[in-house]
Design a protein around this ligand. Structure first.
Ligand code: ACO
Length: 402
């Protein structure tokens, strides 16, 4: 396939493939998806096994370095990350400049881009020790930035990280804790969030990961490339879908909870009405992540909030859609985002913040892809072609004659 692609490129023919539905933009050894069968593996390990036995930090190591860590490797990786969780005091002042009601995704992206200015040793993408350091800095600092974006939005003071805690626990404390008040971490909440991060950690050439690779192909550094990936994730057809699902469920509830009526509106293609959290470019079967998340939603919602009416609406909506020819013919199933918002809400996060949680989970995947891309001798600057549909050559007319 790779050789044929090279050959075609030399012929001068251009493949017209809007949305890159059929274009292999890279070769990659990180994640395998079989969309027909609903299979997902990170570095060969089935997502179901990782969800059951692994942790987010271990999965991050696996994605970035290709193997599960030994005990020593995991300890060293964890302690390196713990040593870099603090933000430079000057970077903290960036948050003052944003409006209080700013969406946290552009805040996150801006602060990550700003890391390039604080760590100028990161500018050369081929300097391996510094790429290693940038990797650790990102994994350590992005949760701190994310927590500060939240604190800024609710007007509470920032908390310094507590490096005796694990990555997820530290993030929860910095997000929900208050200075001078003990913050008790609920192990069920930490476990649920860790699991969601594992399930979001990579998904091969999705829109944000492709963005990271494309920006990186110009030899832009890791921070700059990931800042761009965060902005690609912001869109409602990608990471923004988790917030959009919750808004959809809330509006169905407000209008009396009639899922039939909503499905009719989707099928009638009413302007702007889609069944959010359904459908996927690659999965033409049940998204294996959604299966795991649905079960977790049941457990965590029953435990934390004693159930949730929106979960009942989501399940009714799923049942209704999966028995409808419109969805059957188009092979539309729940994707990773259909049930995540309900869990995030039960954990205490506001809707606007859900996509930031997706970004925290996807971070190791972005890093792994950027590193794979930069080390791959086949990498060229990403530069698609186009089919020109504009005017033929014409004469310039002076203003007086137009
Ligand atoms: N609701 C209703 N109809 C849908 C939906 C949906 N959620 N998704 C796809 N369709 C229909 C389309 O209208 C189209 O029908 P048509 O051929 O009769 O016009 C057909 O199914 C194929 O859909 P496309 O939009 O061509 O599929 P594509 O692969 O381009 O899009 C996408 C995939 C963006 C995920 C789409 O299914 C969608 O918009 N889903 C809702 C948003 C969402 O949940 N996004 C999260 C995706 S997963 C992630 O990023 C984590």
């Amino acid at each position: 396939g790779i050789e044929l692609g090279k050959l075609l490129a030399q012929t001068g023919y251009i493949t017209y493939d809007p949305g890159f539905v059929n274009t292999g933009a890279a070769s990659s050894a990180i994640t395998y998806i079989d969309g027909e069968q609903g299979v997902l593996r990170y570095r060969g390990y089935p997502i179901e096994q990782l969800a059951q036995h692994s942790t987010f930090i271990e999965v991050s190591y696996l994605l970035i370095y290709g193997e599960l860590p030994t005990k020593e490797q995991l300890e060293s990786f964890t302690s390196k990350i713990n040593r870099h969780t603090l933000l430079h005091e000057d970077l903290k002042r960036f948050f003052d400049g944003f409006p209080r009601d700013a969406h946290p995704m552009p805040v996150l992206s801006s602060a990550v881009a700003a890391l390039s200015t604080f760590y100028q040793d990161s500018l050369n993408p081929f300097d391996e020790p510094n790429v290693e350091l940038s990797t650790v800095r990102l994994l350590a600092k992005v949760p701190t930035i994310a927590a500060y974006a939240y604190k800024k939005s609710i007007g509470q003071p920032f908390l310094y990280p507590d490096n005796s805690l694990g990555l997820v626990e530290n993030f929860l404390r910095m997000t929900f804790g208050l200075p001078a008040e003990p913050y008790e971490i609920d192990p069920d909440v930490a476990k649920a969030l860790d699991l969601l991060f594992i399930l979001h950690a990579d998904h091969e050439q999705n829109c944000s990961t492709s963005t990271v690779r494309l920006v990186g192909s110009s030899e832009a550094n890791l921070f700059a490339s990931i800042s761009a990936g965060i902005m690609a994730l912001f869109g409602p057809l990608h990471g923004g879908a988790n917030s959009a699902v919750l808004e959809m469920l809330s509006s169905i509830k407000a209008e009396g909870g009639d899922v039939d009526d909503f499905v009719k509106r989707v099928k009638n293609r009413e302007q702007g009405v889609r069944l959010m959290g359904f459908g996927h470019r690659v999965y033409k079967n049940y998204d294996p992540r959604a299966k795991i998340i649905k079960k977790t939603a049941d457990e965590i919602l029953a435990k934390i909030s004693g159930g949730d009416e929106l979960l009942d609406i989501a399940k009714a909506l799923e049942e209704r859609a999966l028995s409808d020819d419109y969805f059957i013919e188009r092979k539309l199933y729940p994707n990773v985002d259909f049930y995540t918002g309900l869990i995030y809400r039960a954990l205490g996060f506001p809707t606007k913040y859900f996509t930031v949680l997706f970004a925290l989970g996807r971070l190791p995947g972005w890093i792994a892809h950027w590193r794979e891309m930069i080390q791959d001798p086949a990498t060229k600057i990403g530069r698609p072609r186009q089919i020109y549909t504009g005017e033929k050559e014409r004469e310039y007319k002076p203003l007086s004659q137009r």
